[in-house]
Design a protein around this ligand. Structure first.
Ligand code: IMP
Ligand code: MG
Length: 173
């Protein structure tokens, strides 16, 4: 295993998630919300956010993958779609691990809006604004970070390290 440095500790993550849960609850008062977790990365964050969310809510999932290959413009592939009946007239909160280029969120917001939800909000654990290719600003942001490749708490490097309870980065040397 490579040497990993901690960027955001488990304690800091959990404290901030509690604040986000309260913020969302305050915005929606007594209205039910549907958290749409973007697989796989957002699983850990979604679970903790929902456990701290002390009001009516439901869970749904969507799976996308983005790839930036040669000559590719960062196409988004929909691997597990949503059902319109679960989105229509609902207060949707899309939950993601990290926003980088902004492509995934731009795709998902458009995709979900076509299903006629009552409202759509976006919630992200980490934001790397310096990497944006398409404009995007999330409604709820856990932490804003520098341009650094991070792992843990759902985020992977070649499918590994998702299980770390903190956000870290691989130390060179
Ligand atoms: P976007 O469409 O470029 O905003 O990409 C978001 C996706 O890229 C995230 O859901 C992650 O899967 C992946 N990603 C972006 N930055 C990182 C990182 O620092 N570590 C791990 N995955 C990342
Ligand atoms: Mg992801």
């Amino acid at each position: 295993m490579e040497k990993i440095d901690v960027l955001i500790s488990e304690e800091k993550l959990q404290e901030r998630i509690k604040e986000l849960a309260l913020e969302i609850k305050d915005d929606f008062k007594n209205e039910e919300v549907t958290f749409v977790s973007v697989l796989k990365g957002a699983v850990f964050f979604t679970v903790d956010l929902m456990k701290k969310y002390d009001s009516d809510c439901t869970l749904d999932v969507v799976r996308v993958s983005s790839y930036v290959g040669e000559n590719s413009t960062g196409k988004i592939d929909l691997k597990i779609p949503l059902k319109e009946e679960n989105i229509k007239d609902k207060n949707i909160i899309i939950v993601e691990d990290i926003v980088d280029t902004g492509r995934t969120f731009n795709f998902l917001v458009d995709y979900i809006k076509k299903m006629n939800p009552k409202t759509v909000k976006t919630c992200v654990m980490l934001d790397k604004p310096s990497r944006r290719v398409v404009p995007f600003k999330a409604d709820y942001v856990g932490f804003t970070i520098d341009d650094l490749f991070v792992i843990g708490y759902g985020l992977d490097y070649d499918e590994r390290y998702r299980n770390l309870p903190y956000i870290g980065y691989i130390k060179n040397n």
